[in-house]
Design a protein around this ligand. Structure first.
Ligand code: ATP
Ligand code: MG
Length: 248
């Protein structure tokens, strides 16, 4: 048991969830390592949602609301960290949820889908179509989901697939704490924030933006510039490090 007053309570609880997910065959061992990279970036961003992330989260919701066939892609880490919230967000923006993993096995995909089902989330996972040009298992998609999607939200994505999704003409929204990754640079909208904070914040934006007109939503998307957001995120890290250094 981790005591609630532990200064790193949130971070330790998140680790516990991932370890438990691993024991249940949902999180991949590699997923634990990927989380470590995310944590390191979160640390040097001050472990809170910054302005550049809020702008990206808002724009992402506008894009999802404007989409014809929006899909939220879920991997092992995402399933374990925010299962209930993914269901809530999908309902609010009328998106499908699809299980899509890098470390693939039919059993693992089914375990993730069954796990999500416990939280009331029905996730596509037929794996009956392929994204051409991608060698990793991420290419295996559902004909009713990512295959025909125009906008895909891909938390904790791999750079290769992000590139292929773009080449297939899809708009990509990434959640990645690393503003330097290929995923971050490739996506149309990059949310540099921890998924555990980003998805709940996006739910709040969805409740608000649902009442906006198409024109208002289009304006939000038009005014957004992902390069600027990534530059702000890098500046955010530099400022945080400078401030911390000056407190020594
Ligand atoms: P790329 O292929 O895009 O260059 P990478 O190979 O460095 O990225 P991957 O292992 O493919 O990274 O993907 C994991 C990414 O997910 C990392 O960049 C990490 O920062 C990010 N990440 C991990 N955990 C979280 C989290 N909880 N919230 C947000 N981002 C996270
Ligand atoms: Mg990668």
């Amino acid at each position: 048991m981790i005591p609630k007053d532990h200064p790193r309570y949130e971070s330790l609880m998140t680790r516990e969830k991932l370890v438990e997910g691993f024991k249940q065959g949902i999180t991949a061992l590699e997923g634990l390592i990927a989380h470590g990279r995310g944590e390191a970036f979160d640390y040097i961003l001050g472990e809170r949602t910054r302005d550049f992330a809020l702008k990206a989260e808002k724009t992402a919701i506008a894009m999802l609301l404007l989409a014809k066939n929006p899909v939220i892609s879920v991997n092992g880490n995402t399933a374990v960290l925010v299962p209930k919230e993914i269901g809530e967000l999908a309902k609010l923006v009328n998106a499908k949820v699809e299980v899509n993993v890098f470390h693939h096995s039919k059993e693992r995909v089914e375990r993730i889908a069954n796990y999500l089902e416990k939280f009331g989330v029905s996730a596509l996972h037929a794996g009956d179509a392929e994204l051409e040009g991608l060698s990793s298992a991420r290419r295996i998609v559902d004909r009713r989901g990512i295959y025909i999607a125009d906008v895909v939200l891909v938390p904790l994505e791999d750079g290769d697939r992000c590139e292929i999704l773009k080449r297939h003409g899809k708009k990509v929204i990434a959640i990645d704490l690393n503003p330097l990754s290929r995923t971050s640079r490739m996506a149309d909208v990059t949310i540099v924030d921890n998924i555990t904070r980003a998805i709940p914040r996006m739910i709040e934006f969805a409740k608000e933006l649902r009442n906006f007109s198409k024109e208002e939503l289009e304006k939000i998307v038009k005014d957004y510039n992902n390069k600027e957001i990534l530059a702000e995120a890098i500046d955010g890290i530099i400022e945080y490090l400078e401030r911390t250094k000056n407190l020594l």
